[in-house]
Design a protein around this ligand. Structure first.
Ligand code: UDP
Length: 480
């Protein structure tokens, strides 16, 4: 191994997250988790991303075990605007390939850091396929972090290998995903576009090739949540894997949660006092993660649907006061006073979800959000948009049975989004999930049980805790 530490010093892991909040947040949590076990950790990032990480680390008791290093992000060299170092600051979709190009230009800086730091192991984002070769040069094992569920990893692989979407005659005809445990049904427009878009199929194939050559894969998930798929991934797909989640649970105190990701755009007392006035399980929390940007017409439908449901809501929208108010129906805010709270910008999601007044989570099914909802024990209204979110919807709706779909039919990365969901569907779905009928009660019960399992798995001796210990022990033994 390339490490210079001795067998008695703690092992050293270098974490290298992709520069997007949905990727950085769980990897920073992971570094904190390892640090809490006495592991020496280094997080590698770029100068403009470092402050987001620094804030949350600073608030953590184990910050002395975590070191942040930066390498220059070549925005201008890659053709991006100066200062564009995070996926959420990409001005428009045409810049996406340039952003990826920029990350490839990080190789030299990454290798310099490996040479300086000499960690025992590298955990890097799946998008950074080249880190496999770089790590091999230094004889350091590389672990891949996708930041997705076992379920979606297995489903994506079965769809990629068996191409079931080629055997249906229309967009609305569903197919069962071959070989995958359970009768998981999807339609062509929920997966095939994902595979056809740009060079995604090639990318996906490359991810798989590199994953096979890497030392293993680490998951932000827990065994009890998706046993069949964790087993399938290990035994049928045949990879070495560790499950060590839910990672968000490593943020124990208020301050750590407050600075997770970005700083919240709302004062803590404001949302807390507001929620304190609501009944338990009565409020729907609406958020579509850090990237999805719905057009104004969609936002208006959401606003009208929430209002018509008559249920209290907290809605996190990526808009600021300077964007004007055209995206809201006229007089909306006045009419919903006391009933609805809009957070323009970054919501302290994990803290909000934990409040007992929250009774449902309308989500795009990003994996972090999905798992955070599981931890909080809330049922979901699923509104997938892109990436592997349609698979996560199936996990929640068909396997866990803790969610209802709003009914989105078409995958879309940017631009031409599925606009078939109108206010009346939103109204009905919100009412149903927060209702008192048997189906809603059953879903709430299941969600609470999953929350209990999620908390237990990270406790001492729980399945995720044991896998974390196994990971550390393995790298400890590898250095001889
Ligand atoms: N998030 C948050 N506040 C926001 C928006 C997002 O705290 O206003 C966090 C959320 O808790 C989650 C992450 O950002 O940890 C989003 O990751 P996810 O995988 O759900 O979706 P993505 O943003 O990658 O699409």
């Amino acid at each position: 191994m390339g490490a210079e530490t001795t067998a008695h010093s703690p092992i050293h892991i270098l974490f290298f997250p992709f520069m997007g909040h949905g990727h950085m947040i769980p990897m920073v949590d992971m570094a904190k988790l390892f640090a809490s076990k006495g592991v020496k950790t280094t997080i590698l990032t770029t100068p403009l991303n470092a402050p987001f990480i620094f804030k949350t680390i600073e608030k953590s008791k184990i910050h002395s075990n975590i070191n942040i290093q930066t390498i220059k992000f070549p925005s201008v060299e890659a053709g991006l605007p100066d200062g564009c170092e995070n996926f959420d600051s990409i001005p428009s979709p045409e810049f996406i390939p340039l952003f990826f190009k920029g990350t490839e230009l990080l190789q030299e800086g990454f290798e310099q850091q490996l040479s300086l730091q000499r960690p025992n192991c590298v955990v890097s984002d799946t998008f950074f396929t080249w880190t496999n070769d770089s790590s091999a040069k230094f004889n350091i094992p590389r672990i891949v972090f996708y930041g997705v569920s076992f379920f979606s990893m297995c489903a994506t692989e079965c769809v990629r290998l068996y191409k079931p979407y080629e055997n249906v005659s229309s967009d609305s005809e569903s197919f069962v995903i071959p070989s995958l445990p359970g009768e998981i049904k999807m339609t062509r427009t929920q997966v095939a576009d994902y595979l056809k878009i740009g060079d995604w199929l090639e990318r996906l194939t490359k991810f798989r090739e590199v994953e096979e050559k890497s030392y293993g894969v680490v998951f932000n998930s827990f065994y009890e949540l998706e046993k069949d798929y964790a087993d399938y991934y290990r035994k049928v797909i045949g990879r070495r894997a560790w499950h060590i989640g839910p990672l968000s649970l490593c943020n124990i105190d208020k301050e750590q949660k407050k600075y997770r990701g970005k700083e919240a755009s709302i004062d803590e007392h404001e949302w807390q006092n507001w929620l304190d006035t609501k009944e338990a399980n009565s409020v729907v929390y609406v958020s579509f993660g850090s990237i999805v940007n719905f057009p104004d017409s969609h936002l208006r439908e959401i606003a009208l649907g929430l209002e018509a449901s008559g249920q209290p809501f907290i809605w996190a929208v990526k808009k600021s006061k300077k964007d004007g108010e055209e995206w809201l129906p006229g007089g909306f805010e006045k009419r919903i006073e006391g009933k609805g709270l809009i957070i323009r910008g970054w919501a302290p999601q994990v803290s909000i979800l934990e409040h007992e007044a929250i009774g449902a989570f309308m989500t795009h099914c990003g994996w972090n959000s999905t798992l955070e909802g599981v931890v909080a024990g809330v049922p979901f209204i699923t509104w997938p948009v892109s990436a592997e979110q349609f698979y996560n919807e199936r996990l929640v709706v068909d396997v866990l049975k803790t969610g209802v779909p709003v009914g989105v039919k078409r995958w879309c990365l940017f631009g031409d989004m599925d606009d078939s969901i109108k206010w009346d569907t939103i109204e009905k779905t919100v009412r149903n999930i927060l209702g008192k009928d048997e189906a809603a009660e059953e879903m709430r019960k299941k969600a609470k049980e999953l929350s209990r399992l999620a908390r237990k798995t990270v406790e001492e001796g729980g399945s995720s805790d044991l896998d974390l210990d196994a990971f550390i022990a393995e790298f400890d033994s590898l250095r001889g």
